[in-house]
Design a protein. Structure first.
Lengths: 110, 115
């Protein structure tokens, strides 16, 4: 079983702080890594993906990938209450499917 | 630019009934996926189409489930003889052809409640 693990949270951060979300995966052959944001009752929304070691920045979001340690993280700078949601980590191993973690709940408090 | 659309958005049915959901992918995307998500879990893969060909099916897709994509455009997912355990959000996603990293874009989902 190719596992994707996330801390379920909730992770609570004050408005304006940096939120750090982490994800580990078991399959060393994993090729690409995705972060989705999911508001309660809504569908997942793709916010970033990364496929090579290092950092990738997009606005307030930074994805970090370390294949040797098999983890991927998402940093959200200047967190806003509207960032409160569940963040799903997804991994593409092979074939066609994305393998999702259970998600981390983020709460940004004013 | 329209995203993935799904219909209906909500479906309530009685155990034993058949239900059918529809997904319209982003127009230039030839890859289409179905996932199922239950409360507190991430989406779980059900099946994948490339154009009209169904190329992969999960073990989750029991004999009561069938999916089609007859002309390589929209897709349908049918569940026969529904059970209470089928209650979930059914998500459709699509991705573009060509060399990509398999980034998938989800529709709004169909929430199924089986009474």
């Amino acid at each position: 079983q190719k596992e994707v693990e996330q801390n379920s949270g909730p992770l609570s951060v004050p408005e304006g702080a940096i939120a750090s979300l982490n994800c580990t995966y078991s399959d060393r052959g994993s090729q690409s890594f995705f972060w989705y944001r999911q508001y309660s009752g809504k569908s997942p929304e793709l916010i970033m993906f990364i496929y090579s070691n290092g950092d990738k920045e997009d606005g307030r979001f930074t994805a970090q990938l370390n294949k040797a340690s098999q983890y991927v993280s998402l940093l959200i700078r200047d967190s806003q209450p509207s960032d409160s949601a569940t963040y799903l980590c997804a991994v593409f191993n092979s074939g066609y499917a994305l393998n999702f973690g259970k998600g981390t709940s983020l709460l940004v408090t004013p | 630019d329209t995203g993935v659309s799904q219909n209906p958005r909500h479906k309530i049915t009685k155990r034993g009934q058949n239900v059918t959901f529809r997904c319209d992918p982003i127009s230039e995307h030839n890859r289409l996926y179905w996932y199922r998500q239950t409360l507190g879990q991430g989406p779980e893969f059900l099946t994948y189409f490339q154009n009209e060909a169904q190329l992969e099916k999960s073990r989750l897709l029991s004999d009561r489930f069938s999916a089609e994509r007859p002309k390589g455009s929209f897709s349908t997912l049918e569940i026969q003889r529904t059970e209470q355990g089928d209650s979930a959000m059914y998500l459709c996603a699509s991705s573009p052809a060509g060399l990509t990293y398999n980034e998938q874009f989800f529709g709004p989902g169909t929430r199924l409640t089986v009474l």
